[in-house]
Design a binder for this molecule. Structure first.
Ligand code: ADP
Ligand code: MG
Length: 736
């Protein structure tokens, strides 16, 4: 990517957490990570290699060791970025590293301990303190959204139904870049409110986490703060600057293959790996600068971070490391990743007067409500003047604020006077003996109605005022004390802290520059006084170059190993997916009729926006619009298709559907068994037939059926299988 005037590189800082108790108990080997805070260097020792092998050294914009404070990281590496966001730039901070290395600790920290509050709570403080201290001609509107990407689906954490619905979609516009159209965004007026928003989102995550173990380290979260600032420009018009801040906590970057996961978890892991490897590919493509194509579209994460990596944003990446020897490979991968990211160039610019600024909409709506309110009050005032019959009024040259107050006061007085007047008139009517009671009633009703109208009007005005005040309170105006602790001393302290942070940053940069220059001057010092000196100098140089060569050789080996490993992982994922694909094909080929398959295929369309296949909705064929709704002819007049028999039975009134008439075929019993061996059964049968002989019908088949059915009632309902006419004859016989 070509460097232009406004481009700046992604800032990369590295943080190493202390050894935890478990790691300490594992052995006395200590950590494998060493840091030079002054130079911004990380030295990594390979625990498996011999001590003679040189350590791997990486240089970054800043490094923070196990003793580093949250506040130091914020002041040095994050504060300048938040200041840029407040000035209208887009900014992104993302934490990247293996699970358990302190990404969430760095981003959120411990909210209740002021020393351990992470980047996000410090940024909240910073933003609202800045607003409260800014000039009074500035108006601010702060909004917050919170989303997570889980299994390649975007979920809105501020939407209570987020877990049930489908994932949100992504859209792209030339003005705002990539965005999520239906994302909830909450206007926040104070630190407390924005913290509340964060809590709601975190709770939504926690609820989902109960279903899935280690859920939190398997989803990426993004907290988005939009700060809009309106200020009159030199041209006298109001200008709006919009800064967007993305605070990203990524899922753990460890190799899932190492944990030996299977089935669903493997798929889940494959998706995390997919988005992280897509992120890796994007970083490589951008850092490399040679390949024109940057694969942002390979995952939702990379699309969301499109602006932050190689686009219109200032970006800080915090790579987190663990010092334990058993995670050497992951630590090295993280460092390589971070090292690559340093080379990415962004082109940040101020977002001035974007069309979709909410602040402008708010200002317009407030102006509209204000005009409405003023109109109402003026009307009331004028009515009062008419009432007072006071034509000579002092209109004109007072300033608007006083005038408004005057109008409001008069409007209130008018309402009170009107109420009193109506009350008086009502009393007078009640006391007037000359009026008929009907007439009195009518006049009182009339007055009552007038009072109702007056009250309604007053209520409407109150509602309008409340709405106006609510809207106006959402806009934060500079110069007002939103938080209490903005005293001078504190301000001074913060300024000093910033200065120190700035100084240590520039010191580090200078030291890094010196180191580079040292290398260069060594090559330039080619004039020697004696042969001996020349030999010494050249030997020194040779040694240095040899060490460099060894480092590079080791690096090549490492990169190759890593490449092979990630290739194996991808192959494993590919095999898994191919197996699943084959399985699905097998089902389709063997269990789905070809015509159904064709129907489904013809309904599929490709959505290029979302990069996936979708179903078209079902619509009836246009030539036969009624075809789909037509009922079967047998069901005319009935709720559902119904048989001839059931219809007749309904007309007869017997509730005989679903009885056993279709199961028994009575003809079978016409020939009783007559083999010798069944002789004793014959006797039993004779007894049975004599016991039912008293029944109204002498039909033998029907008798039999009765013996089966055990009761007279079931006989009438089941005898019909013979024929309906038989049934018709049987019924009168039984009633005779
Ligand atoms: P991740 O989000 O990367 O999976 P966490 O932020 O949850 O990791 O950190 C894992 C554990 O390590 C937590 O208990 C956290 O308190 C601790 N930890 C991480 N970084 C630090 C640090 N710099 N100082 C002290 N404790 C830390
Ligand atoms: Mg975490």
């Amino acid at each position: 990517m070509s460097k232009n005037k406004s481009s700046e590189s992604v800032k990369v800082v590295v943080r190493c957490r202390p050894l935890n108790r478990k790691e300490e108990s594992n052995g006395p080997s200590g950590g494998i990570v060493q840091m030079d805070l002054g130079l911004g260097q990380v030295m990594l020792r390979n625990p498996r290699a011999s001590h003679s092998e040189p350590q791997k050294t990486f240089t970054f914009d800043a490094v923070y060791d196990a003793n580093s404070k949250q506040r130091d990281l914020y002041d040095e590496s994050v504060r300048p970025l938040i200041d840029s966001v407040l000035a209208g730039f887009n900014g992104t901070i993302f934490a990247y590293g293996q699970t358990g290395t302190g990404k969430t600790y760095t981003m959120q920290g411990m909210w209740l301990d002021p020393e351990k509050r992470g980047v996000i709570p410090n940024a909240f403080d910073h933003i609202f303190t800045h607003i409260s201290r800014s000039q009074s001609d500035k108006q601010y509107l702060v909004r917050a959204s919170y989303l997570e990407i889980y299994r390649e689906e975007i979920r809105d954490l501020l939407d209570p139904n987020h877990a049930n619905g489908r994932g949100l979609e992504l859209r792209e516009s030339p003005e705002t870049g990539v965005y999520v159209p239906d994302l909830t965004s909450c206007v926040c007026k104070s630190i407390k409110e924005i913290e509340e928003v964060m809590n709601v989102g975190n709770q939504a995550r926690a609820v989902a986490a109960t279903d899935m173990n280690e859920y939190s380290s398997r989803s990426h979260t993004l907290f988005l703060i939009t700060v809009e600032c309106g200020q009159p420009g030199p041209d006298g018009r109001k200008h709006i600057r919009v800064g967007r801040l993305n605070l990203v906590d990524l899922a753990g970057s460890e190799r899932q293959a190492k944990t030996g996961v299977q089935g669903e978890r493997l798929k889940e892991a494959a998706k995390i790996n997919l988005s992280l490897s897509a992120l890796g590919n994007v970083i490589s493509a951008l850092a490399d600068g040679r390949s024109g194509h940057v694969p942002y579209r390979d995952s939702k994460l990379t699309r969301l971070l499109q602006d932050s990596l190689g686009g219109n944003a200032k970006t800080v990446m915090v790579a987190t490391l663990g010092p334990a020897p058993q995670h050497y490979d992951e630590t090295l991968t993280t460092l390589r990743y971070a090292n690559r990211a340093k080379n990415i160039q962004n082109q940040p610019r101020v977002n001035e007067d974007p069309k979709d600024a909410l602040l402008r909409e708010f200002q317009r709506e407030i102006a509209r409500l204000r005009a409405q309110l003023n109109h109402r009050k003026w009307r009331s005032k004028q009515k009062k003047e008419r009432l007072d019959d006071n034509g000579s009024d002092q209109e004109g040259d007072e300033d608007t604020e006083c005038e408004e107050e005057e109008v409001e006061k008069e409007a209130k007085e008018y309402v009170m006077q009107e109420e009193q007047r109506l009350e008086r008139e009502k009393e007078a009517i009640r006391g007037d003996r000359s009026l008929l009671s009907d007439e009195k009633q009518r006049l009182l009703g009339e007055k009552e109605r007038m009072m109702g109208v007056l009250r309604k009007e007053q209520e409407a005005t109150e509602q309008l005022t409340a709405k106006y005040k609510a809207m106006e309170s959402k806009l934060l105006v500079g110069g007002k004390n939103i938080i209490d602790h903005t005293n001078e001393q504190q301000k001074m302290l913060e300024v000093k802290r910033q200065e120190i942070a700035e100084q240590s940053r520039s010191e580090r940069e200078m030291q890094q520059q010196m180191l580079i220059q040292d290398d260069e001057t060594l090559e330039l010092r080619e004039t020697f006084t004696s042969l001996q000196q020349e030999v010494e100098a050249k030997t020194k140089k040779l040694k240095k170059l040899y060490a460099k060569l060894q480092c590079i050789k080791a690096e090549i080996q490492d990169v190759n190993d890593e490449h092979v490993r990630s290739r194996q992982e991808l192959e494993q994922t590919q095999n898994e997916l191919t197996r699943e694909l084959k399985f699905k094909y097998l089902i389709i080929e063997n269990f789905i009729p070809p015509e159904e398959k064709n129907k489904i295929m013809s309904r599929m369309t490709f959505d290029p926006e979302e990069d996936q296949w979708k179903f078209q909705p079902l619509v009836p064929a246009e030539s036969k619009p009624l075809q789909m709704k037509k009922r079967p002819t047998s069901a005319v007049g009935y709720k559902r298709p119904i048989s001839q028999y059931a219809r007749v039975a309904i007309t007869m009134g017997a509730n005989n559907r679903f009885r056993a008439e279709n199961i028994m075929f009575l003809e079978l019993d016409m020939n009783p068994p007559n083999t010798a061996s069944l002789g004793h059964f014959k006797d039993a049968e004779l007894n049975l037939s004599s016991s039912v002989d008293s029944s109204p019908t002498n039909d033998r088949g029907v008798h039999k059926s009765r013996s089966w059915c055990q009761s007279q009632k079931s006989l009438t309902s089941s005898s019909s299988n013979v024929s309906l006419s038989a049934c018709n004859t049987a019924v009168p016989a039984s009633t005779q």
